[in-house]
Design a binder for this molecule. Structure first.
Ligand SMILES: Nc1ncnc2c1ncn2[C@@H]1O[C@H](COP(=O)(O)OP(=O)(O)OP(=O)(O)O)[C@@H](O)[C@H]1O
Length: 301
């Protein structure tokens, strides 16, 4: 549904987005992660046809964006990082103004706007948008992005202005929209917020894609390599005895628990040996890297 080929944007001789190859399938909720300045907003601006790439191409729903930005705009909804409204108009009036750009007649606009205001819990709000809280503005922005019932939704840092309750409502909304079959592309620098809604992620670093896949796949791809060593977590009920195995590199002990670094996955013979010694094994598993730690390390790189 979304695809980029060697997508590049150069500002003042410096690439903000550098040869990006990205693929997001239909109906996916994709998290576009990266630290501030990584190039996330610039990528979204190219995908939504707001700016032209310096090089490469991008496609949304099979349309090459730079060739046919108007058609792309009919297919997509976009919530910018800093959403702006006419402060002297109500939410409903703002949405009505915006809906006219899509050539919707008065009846269609009225129906759609009522539906959307209810969806984002702004129905019955009579305040002018200028008096809205940041969270309310964000929700109105989401309603605006949905006015044309888009197939693809781009959300740039959607939770930046929300309080915890707002974040929870946003998650429910995203799930609801994904349930309708929309493809959702969410940019964020906050892993914890991406991981609760997104099934797949891409990690952008200095304009380049460092990894793409499920969170677990990305964490594995980015994990610092330790040769071919595996880390095995062992816990026994009794005190853990010395482990005499030629594959063991070293052991980090902590009471009855230990992390055994070994040249191979020796879980089978390790548990057999502990069993023979009359010990009770409570836990024996390969240690997976902590996703947060791996991402933080990748951010710092
Ligand atoms: N219009 C512009 N002119 C010049 N440089 C720009 C412009 N827009 C972005 N940049 C630069 O491009 C790089 C990527 O910026 P971008 O806003 O895309 O990053 P981001 O990942 O969205 O970060 P943030 O979360 O802070 O918005 C930054 O170094 C930024 O300074």
């Amino acid at each position: 549904m979304i695809r980029t080929e060697n997508l590049t944007k150069v500002y003042n001789g410096k690439p903000a987005v550098d040869g990006l190859d990205l693929e997001v399938g239909e109906g996916e909720i994709f998290g576009f992660l990266g630290p501030n300045g990584a190039g996330k907003s610039t990528t979204i601006l190219m995908l939504t046809g707001m700016i032209e790439p310096t090089g490469g191409r991008c496609f949304v729903d099979g349309i090459e964006v730079a060739n046919d930005p108007l058609n792309v705009k009919k297919t997509i909804g976009y919530l910018p990082e800093d959403v702006g409204f006419y402060g002297n108009m109500t939410g409903e009036q703002n949405l009505d103004y915006f809906a006219r750009f899509y050539g919707m007649d008065a009846k269609a606009r009225k129906e759609r706007i009522a539906e959307l205001l209810e969806l984002v819990h702004l129905d019955g709000v009579t305040q002018k948008a200028g008096e809205y809280s940041r969270g309310m503005k964000q929700r109105l922005g989401l309603a605006q992005a949905l006015i044309n019932d888009p197939k693809v939704l781009f959300l740039d840092e959607p939770t930046a202005n929300l309080d915890p309750e707002g974040v929870r409502e946003y998650r429910e909304l995203v799930e609801h929209l994904a349930g309708e079959g929309k493809t959702i592309f969410v940019s964020s620098h906050i892993l914890s917020e991406v991981r609760v809604v997104c099934r797949t992620v891409g990690l952008l670093s200095k304009g380049k894609l460092a990894a793409q896949g499920t969170l677990e796949e990305v964490a594995r791809a980015l994990a610092p390599s330790d040769g071919d060593a595996v880390r095995i977590v062992v816990e026994t009920r009794e005190h853990l005895p010395a482990i005499d195995d030629p594959a063991v590199i070293d052991i980090e002990r902590n009471g009855n628990r230990a992390v055994v670094r070994a040249k191979a996955d020796i879980r089978d013979r390790l548990s057999a040996s502990l069993f023979e010694q009359g010990l009770h094994v409570r836990e024996m598993r390969l240690e997976e890297p902590e996703i947060e730690d791996v991402f933080m390390a990748a951010y710092r790189r």
